[in-house]
Design a protein around this ligand. Sequence first.
Ligand SMILES: Nc1ncnc2c1ncn2[C@@H]1O[C@H](COP(=O)(O)OP(=O)(O)OP(=O)(O)O)[C@@H](O)[C@H]1O
Length: 619
Amino acid sequence: MTSTEELNCSREEQHLLRDDFTLFPGKCAAVRVTLYNDRVVVEKRRASDGQNGRVTPKADTVRLADVIGCECGRARSTYASNNSRLSLTSLTTKKPPNDTAAAFLCLHSYPYNKPAASGGFRRKRDVIFRVNKYDTHEQNLEIAQKWRLAILLILRRVTVENEEDISAARLPPARKLLVLVNPASGRRKGVQIFNKQVVPIFRDAELDYDLVVTNKQFQATEMAKTLDPNEWQGIVVVAGDGLVYEVLNGMMMHQDPSSVLKIPIGIIPAGSGNALFAAVMSKTGEQLAKLPPLHAAFLLCKGGHHPIDLVSITTPIRHIHSFLALTWGIIADIDIESERFRWMGKPRFTIGTIIRVLNLRRYHGALSYLPAENQEQYEHLRIPAAKKKVKKRLPRPHSTMDTTSEGLGIPKAHLPRFRSLNADLSKIEAGNGLAFSEEFIMEDDDVGSDDPEATESNPLQANGFIPGPNHPGSSNPSLEPSSQSSYLPPKVTDPLPEGWTTIEGDFVGILLTYMSHIAVDVEVWPRRKFDEGVISIQFMHFPQSRRNMVEFVNAIQTGRHLTLPFTRSLFVKAFRLVPLTKPGILTVDGEVIEYGPVQGEVLSNKPHIIIPTDQFQST
Ligand SMILES: Nc1ncnc2c1ncn2[C@@H]1O[C@H](COP(=O)(O)OP(=O)(O)OP(=O)(O)O)[C@@H](O)[C@H]1O
């Protein structure tokens, strides 16, 4: 062998297994199958080539990233039995050949039909090989089982470098999940979505789960309070963001929050507000608009987990935990006040937004915050994400969801559908719409990028840090933000320490977020990581011109609003908001909380979500 050949040999990628099978169903083509760490390559063999003959150069590749499970079994008996794990009748309508000796190996894969960005979506594709090398079924089954074991080891992220690594002793047991279905979420189709769309995928992945259909509010919180962290490898919420919020708050009431927070939470979207789902899909590059439960279930089967930010929120009467956002002013008003138009369905948000934009409210209040150190490291968050390649006429996620086939049941997102307002608001801007309440809308020339009356004070210095333990005023000691030292005084009425900045003035609205999305189609901070460790604040001073409001409403879906000169954004470790205008609405993760002073900070104790970390860039 020449040195060049030696070099080529050493460069050749090492395969783990290689064997000759036939494809099933179809013409039972003879194929040479090779398993690598990330794929299975299937090469057709020519009939004239014999056992050791050449293979045709054109190969089919099954990416293991698209595979969630692998099964093997005896062909004839499983064909006859409906109870068998591998029922070929469920895999194909084709009847297997009448050979009792053969074994089958089936890869459950869910590849995209075309890229997600071009409107593609995953659909099930079982790849079935018939193993018929030996005269006895036991020998053929042994080969199929070895392949299955190797593939399962890779799917469960066990390092497999060579054939010796393929051992049953190294295979981690299947994950056990607690599935919580809220039958009252969204269009009340949670149970149907789970049974029809999720169960078959979980079965393919051999996931073990216990199912609980909630029958009342806070049942999920009660369950999370006493979870055994060693019993579950994940909690799957088939609902909206509201049930995730309940689970997280229950976990924080657990006697050992740190251990229970390690149980990652997964979401199958079935509610009105599905921001967490949207963030997960967006970060992994998965299809968001088509077949949401299928894509969400696929990711849950792939496993993996990642921390997310959790914010402790204190009001005069309670202490809660939030994973999405706190809103005050225009967004909270549209979200909650449009409830009275719920009978309209999705257009309720359009109407609600028009009403609020036309009658812009002035909210007087004081926003105090402790800026995050090294502000420069968050600067990149202000840049809108690159435009996604989406076909021009591709329906917006929410509209697709609203009209999806039976059982999908993902209606409206929880916050206003800004994109759907484009047409209406442009008309208004051009003066064709409803009459404006001029009292509250100023012309552009009158409007600066900041409220001239707003006062900003920065008493400097110290780091604003209050050593913990903290929050003695909390009515429930188990809600304490674990052992973390707090930047906040115990009570929301206590004076703030030094080092804080306060902006007092008139606002159109203030949005405090710790997730990239606040609704399926509202990506407020497209570049935000799940565990950025800071609270992103965005606000607009009052007054604002009609043109500014239209521009803001149009821009917020894509993050372009971050660059608008009349909005301001901040990155903070802790905040206190004191609304002075009454009445008003405050929401936390889409739920209304008591109106009044509220403060919060990011916790170092972070919950986890189920997300295949190898499928997205966490930094
Ligand atoms: N069986 C039940 N009946 C009524 N409410 C329930 C039930 N189970 C859970 N809930 C409550 O439903 C609320 C909303 O849940 P979820 O977020 O899943 O749905 P949603 O449709 O997005 O919510 P929203 O009504 O806020 O739009 C949660 O606060 C939860 O406590």
